[in-house]
Design a protein. Structure first.
Length: 398
């Protein structure tokens, strides 16, 4: 299969040079928007770490009557759509060719002209339906805008029209297949492109056994496509229209390749310049490049949520507070707060990865920063799990 475009097979040097140029222009555009007042200029991707992390809560707080996009994009009159996601939070959209860039993912899945895509993502308020319709258009496929629900009508349409591809959440395809079986209707679906939920290995195997190749992508309403699977099935390839960083939760500090951290994305979409946008998701860089020939950075896929804020002894403990603890002590490499329950009372243990150290001094920092007392434990460097957690809640709630 040919690649979607020449961007996918660029050398690392070519990609870095192009992204540096695009980033400089993108930050310049952002600096002209009220939401980015005071944002520093950049000369390259190396300067990204000096910029603040933007969170969805920041967007939501800035939005309101008279400023529906919070000053992080131009006027609504410049867009074709506006969507509402839970929060509520509002996102813009355009009908311009492949505005969310999902066509790259669909092409990697072998979808193109002659295919009929049954798009089972919602078309109501949220942008998922439009995101995948835009991607299908980009590869020349025909779309059945099915949306969600009405499984009996959906399987009849899939049967009558000879639908070849499914787009939707990972589990809803199983609902349709079972409904088709119950109705005695044969379907021609051979490929599935999924997002918006966990694709468990057992479910992928179920589809494979039914003759359906199922691949997933990582996309959000704000950013569009972030990363996607190819038939090589080795991690997720980062999209060419974004710059992805993996950082310590609660901070903007990048973690070493292979270490789990929060996914922070800078989109190069000139219409909606989200700079260092924190997704709240955990992942890690996967070394090397994909056997499919695409050369961009890969991530391991979704590995949990980074927002680990936990209430202990009636007080909220937040990831950024744990980051403050590490920053206070140069010899500390990582820290982890563990919440447990003993004798109907919360117990907090704070583990510090360092060579040596004074538990009394560290304990004083814990009390000052977290406003709680807890057990301090010094552990050897490299001994804390590489799972992206800085706050681990071991309490049982069932």
């Amino acid at each position: 299969m040919t690649h979607f475009d020449s961007l996918e097979t660029r050398s690392a040097a070519q990609r870095a040079l192009a992204q540096d140029r695009a980033l400089v222009a993108q930050v310049a555009r952002a600096r002209a928007l009220p939401g980015y007042a005071g944002l520093p200029e950049v000369a390259s991707r190396a300067d990204l770490t000096a910029l603040p992390v933007l969170r969805k809560s920041d967007l939501a707080a800035a939005q309101g009557p008279g400023a529906p996009l919070g000053g992080y994009a131009g006027a609504l009159a410049g867009f074709d759509h506006v969507f509402q996601s839970p929060g509520p939070i509002y996102e813009p959209g355009k009908m311009a060719a492949d505005w969310w860039r999902v066509g790259r993912f669909l092409h990697a899945c072998g979808i193109g002209r002659g295919d009929i895509v049954q798009n089972c993502f919602s078309y109501h308020l949220t942008p998922a339906g439009m995101i995948f319709e835009s991607g299908a258009r980009a590869v020349g496929a025909t779309v059945l805008p099915a949306g969600t629900g009405q499984s009996e009508l959906q399987v009849r349409a899939a049967h009558d029209l000879g639908v070849t591809c499914y787009a939707g959440t990972p589990d809803y395809l199983k609902v349709l297949l079972e409904a088709a079986d119950a109705a005695g209707l044969a379907l021609s679906i051979s490929r599935a492109v999924v997002s918006g939920g966990a694709l468990f290995p057992s479910l992928r195997t179920y589809y494979k056994d039914r003759g359906i190749a199922c691949l997933q992508c990582y996309a959000t309403a704000d950013l569009g496509l972030i990363a996607y699977e190819s038939p090589a099935m080795e991690g997720m390839i980062v999209d060419e229209g974004v710059i992805v960083e993996i950082v310590t939760p609660g901070t903007g500090a990048p973690v070493p390749d292979g270490q789990v951290g929060e996914v922070v994305v800078t989109t190069l979409n000139p219409d909606y310049p989200l700079i260092r946008f924190a997704t709240g998701d955990l992942s890690a860089v996967l070394p090397g490049s994909s056997p499919c020939g695409r050369t961009n950075m890969r991530i391991k896929g979704w590995m949990g949520r980074a927002d680990q804020t936990t209430k202990i002894k009636g007080m909220f403990v937040r990831p950024e507070q744990v980051a403050q603890l590490v920053a206070r002590h140069p010899g500390v490499r990582r820290a982890r707060v563990i919440a447990e329950r003993t004798g109907e009372q919360d117990v907090m243990t704070v583990c510090f990865e360092c060579d040596g150290g004074d538990e009394t001094v560290l304990g004083a920092s814990v009390s000052e920063v977290l406003k709680l007392r807890g057990v301090v434990r010094i552990v050897a460097p490299g001994s804390l799990p590489n799972d992206g957690l800085v706050i681990e809640d071991r309490r049982k709630y069932d």
